[in-house]
Design a protein around this ligand. Structure first.
Ligand SMILES: [Zn+2]
Length: 486
């Protein structure tokens, strides 16, 4: 990442993906006005167009959380040091990334505070006060918040010191309920990613070495970016009784015995925006799935003759018809730019459909619709326009999913040979499905030799009958999904 203090100018051109994918990504994020560097090292500014995408994601997720019985609440940004220290594995996992508050005004604090890197500790402390009986369970709370994790290497949306997310925290009576909750929320994330973001994901279990600090089990959804690297897009953790024992979340059970609650946590973040950019974008810039596009249609009136008296009023009337259907529309009626410039600009910013309307179209009672994903153009009668726009938006949403799925299929290989595994990782990367014995040592050796990590072990992974671990040739229990990752 460029030194933020330099605050470089916005790029005028977008670097082609094939030339430098990392550069392409940053160019798109900044040029499409999604986010920018800030004067604070490692922190980004989410610009209005990027924030509008986040708001659409929030709405779609929040609806799903509510439908599955969850409610929102808010807990403090600061966590006393003593609270953080109670869960040993958790502290060890997060300590290197924690930001400390040591002074308030001119006064040195008696107890240091951490800026929340995640909220299990403070929420667990509150649950201990709220839970007394099995009747108080389950607690199903979500929080929309910012968190801080001190990062050395940052990249807009993908890894920044401060980011926005949601964190669900639940407490249950039984181990089975907690496991069902953990799996349910991973399912919610998968459904969200595939339906709203048109991004196919692999859902499965993380290995011991990749799981959340303090969890019994971590599940994740993993997506494949267009450069062949995987991106972890969401996680759901079964925390067992680890946190409830450290934070004393106890209750009187139905049989009158005193039990520790079973807890879970799950989260997705603004990283999802990065995932959308790298799943769908091309050399022309961003391509947004209609369901999370701030503008689903941009109207570009063609300025000829007395267009402001003729074309523009009609364009506005058509816009209003579309808005009545709940379609998000923007008219670009700026005098200062040519239509050609506007076409290019809105393509770069990923608007799914462009509608052109000029004097000739007016005569013929038609408009031109141009798709961002395929660049196909069609003449569409004004009569019945909202139906056609709705149909095209659905078509584009599906086409983006299909294309991303085809890309993932093309970039997924299966092998039982470590030589072949290394060759694939050296060449055109992607997912490699390979038998693994379950040993952390093999996993670590593979990582140091190829940079590939186990992304997860899919729920659908068939037992690797007869196969042996690609690294040690030992008995293999599963086929794991490996990739280089973000
Ligand atoms: Zn092995």
């Amino acid at each position: 990442m460029t030194k933020e203090t330099e605050l470089p100018d916005l790029p005028t051109e977008i670097t082609p993906q094939s030339q430098d994918f990392g550069r392409w990504y940053i160019d798109v994020v900044r040029r499409a006005e999604l986010a920018d560097y800030s004067p604070v090292k490692g922190c980004m500014v989410i610009r209005p167009y990027g924030y509008a995408i986040w708001e659409l994601m929030q709405q779609a997720l929040d609806k799903r959380f509510k439908e599955t019985g969850h409610v929102n609440a808010y807990f403090p940004l600061f966590i006393p040091e003593s609270l953080l220290m109670k869960e040993a594995e958790h502290v060890e996992g997060f300590a290197p990334q924690v930001a400390w508050v040591t002074q308030g005004g001119t006064e040195v604090l008696e107890e240091r505070l951490v800026v929340r890197p995640t909220s299990e500790t403070i929420i667990g402390t509150m649950y201990a006060k709220w839970v007394h009986s099995w009747r108080d369970l389950p607690i199903l709370i979500n929080q929309w918040a910012n968190v801080v994790r001190w990062e050395k290497v940052t990249r807009l949306f993908l890894r920044t010191t401060e980011f926005l997310w949601q964190e669900g925290h639940t407490a249950h009576e039984t181990a089975e309920e907690a496991e069902a909750e953990t799996r349910q929320m991973l399912g919610v994330y998968k459904n969200f990613a595939e339906t709203e973001l048109a991004m196919p994901v692999i859902d499965g279990q993380k290995t011991e070495s990749e799981k959340f600090a303090g969890a019994d089990r971590t599940y994740s959804i993993e997506a494949l970016m267009r450069d062949g690297r995987a991106l972890q897009a969401g996680t759901s953790h079964n925390l067992g009784q680890n946190f409830s024992k450290s934070y004393e979340i106890k209750f009187q059970a139905r049989d009158k015995s005193v039990q520790y609650a079973w807890t879970t946590s799950w989260g997705v973040s603004t990283r999802m925006i990065g995932a959308v950019i790298m799943t769908h974008g091309d050399d022309g810039g961003l391509i947004l799935p209609p369901r999370v596009a701030p503008y689903q249609v941009v109207v570009v009136p063609i300025p000829r003759g007395n267009w402001k008296e003729t074309v523009l009023p009609k364009a506005r009337a058509l816009r209003d018809e579309l808005i009545k259907r709940g379609i998000r529309v923007h008219i670009d009626d700026r005098d200062s730019q040519t239509p050609g410039w506007k076409f290019n600009e809105w393509e770069l910013r990923g608007v799914p459909l462009r509608m052109e309307i000029g004097p000739k179209d007016l005569e013929k009672s038609q408009v031109v619709l141009a798709r961002r994903d395929t660049r196909e153009k069609s003449f569409v009668p004004m009569d019945g326009l909202p139906d056609e726009v709705e149909r095209l938006l659905l078509t584009i949403q599906q086409a983006l999913f299909d294309r991303a799925l085809a890309f993932r299929t093309e970039h997924t290989s299966e092998t039982d040979s470590y030589d072949e595994f290394k060759q694939i990782m050296d060449g055109r990367p992607g997912f490699v499905v390979a038998p693994w014995c379950g040993s952390t040592i093999c996993e670590a050796d593979i990582k140091s030799e190829t940079q590939a990590t186990i992304r997860n072990i899919p729920f659908t992974s068939a037992p690797a009958a007869g196969a042996t671990c690609i690294k040690c040739n030992g008995e293999s229990t599963v086929r794991a999904w490996f990739a280089k990752s973000y």
